[in-house]
Design a protein around this ligand. Structure first.
Ligand SMILES: *Cc1c(COP(=O)(O)O)cnc(C)c1O
Length: 384
């Protein structure tokens, strides 16, 4: 199609063309990319559980006894005891009565927003929410309204103008910036305006609040954040997602969430692996402690070098570059130096805010972080 070719050519010309690159071998944060050994500083495997031997063994064992596939959707014949057990353990981990598994975070967000919205409802979303939350709002029967990033006063004003039931939907940790949503203020506002607060904690679950997530980090109760979404492909190192909340919420989602109902249930062996990851994440508290130390070390070092840090206290530590082409050059130079940091460009981030989204993992060493800082400083200056 000529239209496709034109669009592709335009992407190339604007420095926005994207392509997946195959990670050929990995062992912790050590990887081989296109024949070159490198250290990965751009994965969401925050606790380093994605290749943990205990979790891998749980997956292999369960696959041998329970097979590779669930065989059907949850409500047909695809729901297994392993799913039940994982749902119970996830609910407990985040201090809520029940949890419901989804195949991915993308599907959880689409399903939940759609299920909880009726025609005439208004969905208020932070401008920097993850694409899956935005898509969930746009594809729902409600009306979408975005508010300026983290701006509770602007949201309050917008809500004062609107009529009808409302949802407030936010990332807990913003995926490309690493900063936290003002959850206490959002919860207070949602109570005052009788809106339902939906929080997507993809990057907080397992990491913040002693592993219980960002809501726990802020000391907020289940009542203050009634709809909690966590994902399993990031800190937990496996795959999938869950929604946690009251008995009634979960009951309702089972009836209404189309991305839960009309899709094959995740393999029970995967649920077994996630249960194992959850146990390791709880038991090995050193992972979170070490990660917090690395975050502090990176920030202190970057500040000393005059690198453009963003306001983040999480393992997501982006450095703002601005120009997409320059971000690509920096990414290529870093890779030559042995550090893999995929540059993030529009449309994933707003125009003019291309960045190096550096992520730290519990399996990085302090020396590796120092090495990255040194390489960053060198590559940054070369381009001036
Ligand atoms: C990664 C991410 C998702 C999607 O989760 P998947 O399980 O990868 O589909 C949803 N929300 C946020 C904020 C994310 O960063």
């Amino acid at each position: 199609m000529q239209r496709w070719e034109q669009a592709l050519a335009e992407r190339h010309a604007r420095g926005l063309y994207r392509q997946p690159r195959a990670l050929e071998q990995r062992q912790g944060v050590n990887a081989r990319l296109e024949g070159r050994d490198c250290l990965v500083f751009c994965s969401n495997d925050y606790l380093g559980l994605a290749d943990h031997p205990e979790v891998a063994a749980a997956l292999a064992r369960a696959a041998t006894t329970q097979g590779t596939g669930s065989g059907a959707a949850h409500l047909i014949s695809g729901h297994h005891p392993e799913h039940d057990a994982l749902e119970r353990e996830l609910a407990e981990a985040v201090g809520r009565p029940r949890a419901l598994l989804f195949s991915t975070g993308y599907m959880a967000n689409m399903g939940v927003i759609n299920a909880l919205t009726e025609p005439g409802d208004v969905i208020f979303e932070d401008a920097l929410n993850h694409a899956s939350l935005l898509d969930g709002g746009w594809l729902s029967r409600g009306r979408m309204q975005r508010y300026a990033h983290g701006d509770v006063a602007a949201l309050d004003a917008a809500m004062a103008e609107a009529s009808g039931p409302a949802l407030i939907v936010t990332d807990a940790v913003f995926s490309m910036d690493g900063d936290l949503a003002p959850l206490a203020a959002l919860s207070e506002l949602s109570a005052r305006r009788q809106a339902l607060l939906v929080v997507d904690d993809a990057h907080g679950f397992g990491v913040l609040g002693d592993g219980a997530g960002t809501v726990a980090h802020f000391g907020l109760s289940a009542a203050e954040v009634p709809v909690y979404i966590g994902t399993l492909g990031k800190a937990l190192g496996t795959f999938g997602a869950f929604v946690a909340g009251s008995e009634t919420l979960i009951d309702y989602l089972v009836q209404r969430a189309r991305t839960y109902i009309y899709t094959t249930a995740p393999p029970p062996a995967l649920a077994a692996a996630t249960r194992s990851a959850l146990a390791v994440a709880r038991r090995e508290t050193w992972r979170r402690a070490h990660l917090a130390e690395l975050v502090a070390r990176f920030r202190t070092g970057a500040e000393r070098l005059g690198l453009p840090l963003m306001a983040s206290a999480t393992p997501i530590q982006p450095l703002l570059v601005g120009d997409a082409a320059r971000a690509m050059t920096l990414g290529a130079r870093l890779l030559e130096a042995g550090y893999w940091v995929t540059p993030i460009r529009p449309p994933t981030v707003p125009a003019g805010t291309a960045r190096l989204r550096i992520t730290l993992c519990a399996t990085h060493t302090p020396a590796q972080v120092d090495g990255l800082l040194e390489a960053l400083s060198r590559c940054w200056d070369e381009g001036e």
